[in-house]
Design a protein around this ligand. Structure first.
Ligand code: ASP
Ligand code: MG
Length: 486
């Protein structure tokens, strides 16, 4: 009984001083970036924090490993080995720019051993002429295996007490290769056993994101972009005080600053709002991947490794109330509207299903739907299978296709229950032709379709309407002042 209470007390405790810092591919793309990363980690240690670091593969390496795996799977051994040879050179050159003396020698030996193993694996795949998801995961895991060893060595050399942890010893998953499901309880136990003691000794553990292993030790991956997920799993498992996702933008913005120079940094955003934005194309991070952190109420920060002074965006389970109805405006271009008019077969039973089955058959995701008595309009990503889809729909309806459309999506918790917002929204863009409208069931997003060529004008008009007097508790108004002075 008393033992159990102890475990619970320990499990419930947040380790306020422990911070999980995740660095994406561009933050480790070369020696210069890795040193910038080391400086950022040093800053956290100087504040008395204990960082645990998760890194992606060096930029573009994952794509190249997948290309090598695919080449080997086609039986193209020469092509596969040529890609591996280029990757070997890039990693060794980076290590020699980054490291010296014994630390370089040890790391170089480790890198060569990894690449020898990769070459063997690619030869094996080419000999069999078949790439299974399991071997594909093995090939692609080399990116994070390599980058994490190099970053750990850089931390060792730069006085940060870096120590490498093979993520596959801690991130235990099922055997769903390509998108494995983590076993959170198991991971928590492994982190307590293997990582926490290192932190307690003042070391800085560095592990690769994205990769894991089954209980039997077979390498798996968590799906593309999975390093954020690793960071959340590590932060959740260690009960960290915070998780920092270091990338190459200043956090989440009120809109794309290339379209609207007045765009502001959003200081705090809720998990739900970030999730809506990610779906509609804000590329910062995929919130589903930080769910393990949000469920444990661990704040997640999005920060810029090229501009470390910037405070970034804090993503929390519940954002503070905000005087501005919206937090951000996103746009998704390259969409097509398909109007399906049921002339021959009025909306009879099973009609909607028949229509949606056609999209399903061609794995075509639908963004927005609107229906009337006799017609259904759907919007889809412009897709090379659209002609086939239309030919099939044509058998049950009259089909009309309009390309070059864009979706504008306005997100904010504070539109819930407020009246007059849509009136303001449409009057701000009254000079623009709106094709379809929807308000998501989540009640925190309002979206509508326009011509792609109207996107810039619509965003600027909406931004001027809703962000002219931004709430300084939620938006970085300093940014605007600086921009106006410059
Ligand atoms: N390197 C992996 C990818 O490119 C994982 C990540 O970077 O998050 O998908
Ligand atoms: Mg990423």
């Amino acid at each position: 009984m008393s033992e159990r209470r102890n475990v619970q007390a320990r499990a419930g405790e947040a380790r306020a001083g422990l911070v999980v810092m995740k660095f994406g591919g561009t933050s480790v793309e070369d020696a210069k970036a890795m040193l910038r990363t080391a400086a950022i980690v040093r800053g956290r240690r100087e504040r008395g924090l204990s960082p645990v670091v998760v890194v992606s593969a060096m930029a573009k390496v994952t794509d190249q490993l997948l290309a090598a795996a695919a080449a080997a799977g086609r039986g193209d051994k020469t092509g596969a080995l040529a890609i591996a040879a280029r990757l070997r050179n890039r990693h060794i050159e980076t290590a020699s720019d980054l490291l010296c003396g014994e630390i370089f020698a040890g790391t170089e030996t480790a890198i060569r051993a990894e690449f020898d193993a990769l070459d063997d694996l690619l030869r094996g795949i080419a000999a069999v002429g078949e790439l299974t998801p399991r071997t594909s995961d093995n090939v692609v895991s080399f990116g994070e295996r390599l980058s994490s060893q190099m970053v750990a060595a850089a931390f060792e050399q730069n006085g940060l007490n870096g120590v490498h942890v093979d993520a596959r010893t801690c991130i235990i998953t099922d055997a769903h290769y390509g998108k494995a499901i983590p076993h959170e309880a198991h991971i928590e136990a492994k982190l307590a056993e293997l990582v926490l003691p290192l932190v307690e000794r003042g070391l800085t553990p560095v592990m690769g994101g994205f990769i894991g292993a089954t209980e039997k030790g077979i390498t798996t991956t968590l799906g593309r972009g999975g390093s954020d997920f690793t960071a959340a799993l590590v932060g959740g498992g260690l009960h960290a005080g915070a998780i920092e996702i270091w990338t190459d933008v200043n956090g989440i913005m009120t809109t794309d600053p290339r379209i609207c120079p007045d765009a502001l940094r959003v200081k705090t955003i809720s998990f739900e709002e970030a999730a809506e934005l990610a779906y509609f194309g804000a590329k910062v991070l995929h919130p589903a991947t930080i769910l393990p952190a949000v469920q444990k109420s661990i704040p997640v920060w999005v920060l810029n490794s090229r501009n470390a002074e910037n405070e970034g965006t804090k993503i929390t389970a519940m954002a503070p109330p905000c005087a501005s109805p919206f937090k951000s405006i996103a746009a998704k271009k390259g969409l097509t509207i398909i109007d399906v008019v049921a002339s021959r077969m009025l909306m009879t039973h099973g009609y909607l299903k028949a229509v949606f089955d056609v999209f399903d058959k061609y794995h075509c995701a639908i963004d927005m739907v609107s229906t009337s008595e006799v017609s259904i309009s759907v919007t889809v990503d412009s897709n090379e299978r659209l002609p086939e889809i239309c030919a099939e729909l044509d058998k049950i309806a009259d089909v009309k296709l309009e390309g070059s459309k864009a979706l504008i999506c306005m997100v904010g918790e504070d539109i819930r229950g407020r009246s007059g917002i849509s009136g303001r929204m449409f009057s701000a863009i009254r000079h623009i032709n709106v094709r379809m409208i929807s308000q998501g069931a989540s009640e925190i997003n309002m979206s509508f379709m326009i011509e792609q060529s109207d996107v810039e004008e619509a965003i600027r008009s909406l931004h001027a309407e809703f962000f002219a007097n931004p709430d300084p508790t939620v938006f970085d108004t300093e940014a605007r002042v600086v921009a106006a002075k410059a």
